[in-house]
Design a protein. Sequence first.
Lengths: 307, 217
Amino acid sequence: MILMILFHWFFVGLTAPFLIGVIARVKALVSGKVGPSLFQPYFDLIKLFSKQCVYSHGVTWVFRISPAVTLAAMLIVCLLVPFGSLKAPVQFSGDILLIVAVLSLSRFFMIAAALDTGFSLEGLGASREAFFACLSEVALFMCLIALTLLARRMSLSGMLGADSPLSWNLLGPALLMVVASLFIVMLAENCRIPVDDPDTHLELTMIHEVMLLEHSGVDLAYMYYAAIIKFFIFGAILVPIILPVQTIFPFINTLIFAGGMIGLAALVGLVESSMARIRLNRVRNLLLIAFALAFFGLIVTLWRGAL
Amino acid sequence: MTTWIDAGCILIVFFALIILATSRIVGMIRIFVLQSCVLSLMPLFLHAEAVSARDVMLSLGTVSLKAALVPFVLFWAIRRISMRTEVKPLIGVGASIVCGALLIAGAFWVSLALRIPGRPVTDLGLPCALATVLLGFMIMVTRTRAVTQVIGYLVIENGIFLFAVSLFDAMPTLIEMGILLDIFVAVFIMAIVLNNINEEFEHDPGGESRAKMGETF
C-alpha cells in the first residue's frame, strides 16, 4: 500500500512537468520559434527549490502554510486518480466528492494567503479566482454526475478504470458534451489561455498568477508544482474518457495513456496559440456554456436511461 | 449511424444555445449557418441505408437556402443600413444561458408525455426539435433588434424542420420545398422592412437606463 502510494507520487512528480514543457514547445513551434527545452519546467523547479523564501513583515502563518497545503492537497487528489494501467491507491464509492472538496480546500488556502498579504492586486485576483471557481465547480459537478450515470459507478477509478470503459458507440453524444465541458473546465481551472494567461505579467488582468506575486523561493516552487500537478490530474481524468482503449498488456495501456496525455497537452498548446484570452466578463459566459453543456449531457443520459 | 444522427440532433440544439449566448449579430448569423449545415445533413443521415434523390435534393436545397442565401440577405441588410452589431438583450447573456439550459430540460420533460404515432428513427429527434423551437422563441423574445428577431425566427424554423425530417418519413417534396421558399420570402421581406425601420421595432425611452437582469458583473 505504502509502496503503491509512493510510486504514484513518484510517477506524477516525475512526469507532470514534462506536459507543461510540451505546451510551451507547441506554442513556440506554432509561432515559428524554437522554444525552450521540453525539460525547462524541471530546471525552473530545481532553481526555485534551491532558493530561500522571503516574507514581508505583515504576513501571518496563513501565508506561510498555504503553499504546503496547496501542494499536499494536490498530492492527496493524485491518490484517487488512476493513471493508465497504474491503479489509484485509494478508491471508494463517492470519492469524486472528496476530489472536488480537496481541490476547493487548496483553492481556499491560496485565496486566504492572497488576502493575507494585504496587497490590493492579490485581493483582486483572489476575488476573480473565487468567482470563476464557483462557476467551474458547478460545471465540474454536472460532468461528474453525468459520468456517474453513464458508467454506473460512484468512484472515479470505477468510471475510468478497466472494468467499465466508457464506450463512444453506446454513449457517444452525451459523452461528447461531457468531454467538451470538462475540457473547458480544465482550461479554466488551470488558468490556461481563453480564461487566464499563465505567461502574462500585467497585474490587472491576471487571475491565478497575481495570487503568486508575493510568494518566493521554495514557496513559489510549491505553488508552481501544485499547478503542474493539477493540470496532470485533469488530464488524467479527461484522457481515459476520450481514449477508452483497454488492452490486456499493461505496457501498451500505459503507452496509450502517455500518448493521450502528450496529445492533450499539445491540444491545449494549439488552443492557446490560436485564441486570445477572452474579456474578463465573458469568462463567466464561457463557464456557463460549459455548465449548460454538462447539464445537457446529463439530460440526454437521463433520457436514455428513462426509455 | 444512430450515433451520427444523435450527434447531429444535439449539435443543432447546442448551436441554438450558442446563438443565444453570442453578443454580436455577425457571430449569430455565422453560427446559424453552421446549424443549417448540420441540419441539411440530417435527411442523408436519417435515410443512410437508402439515400434517395429526394433526400439529396432536400439536403442541397437546405444548404443553398439556409446556409447561403438567407445569411447573404441578412449580411446585406446589415451592411446596407450600417447598423451597430451589438445584440441588445433584455436579459443578460449569462441569465439567458441558464434559462436556455432550463428550456432544454423542459423540452425533454415535455416530450416524455408526447407520444407520436409511428416509429421514429431516433428517440432524440422529438426533444431536440422541441428544444430548438423553444430556444428560438427565447432568442426572439429577449433580443430587441429586428435582425436578431429574424434570426430567432429562423432558429424556430430549423427546429420545425428537424421535427418534420426526423419524425415523418412521407412528407411530399413539394411541401418541403414550399416551406423552404416560404422562409426565404419571409427573410427577404423582413430585410426590406429592416431597411425602413433601420434600428429596432420598439422605442422604449426608459429601456436604456434600466439595469439588465444578470448583467451585474
